[in-house]
Design a protein around this ligand. Structure first.
Ligand code: SAM
Length: 253
C-alpha cells in the first residue's frame, strides 16, 4: 500500500540506524532526502540502490507535490534528512502535513535524534523539558527569545553550530542566570556519537570560561541543555516571606 515512511538516520555514528529503517529503505520506490549526495552515501554503505529525490527547505512544497503524485500511483516513499529525525530542526513537517492532507498514510520510524540523545546522558532530574532548537541568528532577536524563556519551568534544549556557540552560551548565562538566583546548570553536549564526543555538565555561570579555556571545546555540533530554574520548597519560601515581612514591619511608623 502507498505510504510515506519518515525514517530517522544516524547523527554521527553510522551504526545508529535501525534494522527496520534499513528494511524500509530497501523496500521503497524512492527516497526523498535533503541532500542527494549525502543520501547516496548512506544508501551505498548498506548496499541499497534506490532512486533519490531532493527535498529541502527551498523546494519542499514542489517536492511534496511530486511525492503525493507518486503515492497516488501506489508508490512507497521514504523521507530522510541529513541527520537524525526528519522534521526536527530539519525539513519534513510541511511534507508530512501535505501528505496527510492528501489522505495518505504517514509511518514514522523512530531513531537517532540529537536532543533526546543529549537528554539521555544529561542526568537531569527535571521531568520536563522544552525543545527550543536553534535560536535566531541575529543578536537582538536571540536575546529577546532567551529572555522570554527565563521563567519557563522546564529544562531548555537548544541546538547550536560551532561558529555561534560562544555568543549563544554567553547570552544564555547572562539572561537565564541572575546573580542572586540559585544556580542553573548547563549540559554542553558536542559531537554526540562521534569520535570526539564530549558531554560536560557545569554551572551556567562557568560555561563561557569552559568554552574559552580550550578551542577544542568550541568545535563540532552542539546540544545545549539548561536545567530548569531551581524551585524553592515551601518551607524555604516561608522562611523568606517571614524575613521580608519582618524587614518591612521594621520600616513601618
Ligand atoms: N534532525 C536532527 C535531529 O533529529 O537531531 C537535527 C538536525 S539540525 C539541522 C543539526 C543540529 O543538530 C546541529 O547544529 C546540532 O545542534 C544538532 N546535532 C546534530 N548532530 C549532533 C551531534 N552528533 N552532536 C551534537 N549535536 C548534534
Amino acid at each position: 500500500a502507498p505510504a510515506l515512511y519518515v525514517v530517522a538516520t544516524p547523527i554521527g555514528n553510522l551504526g545508529d540506524i535501525t534494522l527496520r529503517a534499513l528494511e524500509t529503505l530497501r523496500g521503497v520506490d524512492l527516497v526523498a532526502c535533503e541532500d542527494t549526495r549525502h543520501a547516496k552515501h548512506l544508501l551505498d554503505q548498506h548496499g541499497l540502490r534506490v532512486p533519490t529525490l531532493a527535498l529541502h527547505q527551498h523546494n519542499e512544497n514542489e517536492a511534496a507535490e511530486k511525492l503525493i503524485r507518486l503515492l497516488g500511483e501506489g508508490k512507497r516513499v521514504a523521507l530522510i534528512s541529513d541527520a537524525g529525525t526528519p522534521g526536527v530542526s530539519d525539513p519534513g513537517a510541511r511534507t508530512v502535513a501535505a501528505v496527510r492532507a492528501a489522505g495518505f498514510r504517514v509511518v514514522p520510524l523512530p531513531g537517532a535524534n540529537a536532543a533526546i540523545t543529549a537528554l539521555s546522558a544529561a542526568g537531569l532530574l527535571d521531568e520536563r523539558f522544552l525543545f527550543v532548537g536553534f535560536l535566531p541568528a541575529k543578536v537582538g532577536a536571540r536575546q529577546t527569545a532567551i529572555t522570554a524563556l527565563a521563567t519557563v519551568d522546564a529544562a531548555l534544549v537548544f541546538y547550536e553550530a560551532p561558529h555561534r556557540v560562544l555568543e549563544t552560551v554567553g547570552d544564555l548565562a547572562e539572561l537565564l542566570q541572575t546573580p542572586l538566583q540559585p544556580q542553573r546548570e548547563i549540559i554542553i553536549a558536542r559531537e554526540l556519537t562521534k569520535l570526539f564526543e564530549q558531554i560536560e555538565r557545569l554551572p551556567l555561570a562557568q560555561a563561557l570560561a569552559w568554552l574559552e579555556a580550550d578551542t577544542n571545546h568550541q568545535r563540532g555540533e552542539f546540544v545545549l541543555i539548561v536545567s530548569a530554574p531551581p524551585v524553592k520548597n515551601s518551607s524555604e519560601l516561608e522562611v523568606e516571606t517571614e524575613r521580608v515581612l519582618t524587614a518591612l514591619l521594621a520600616e513601618l511608623p
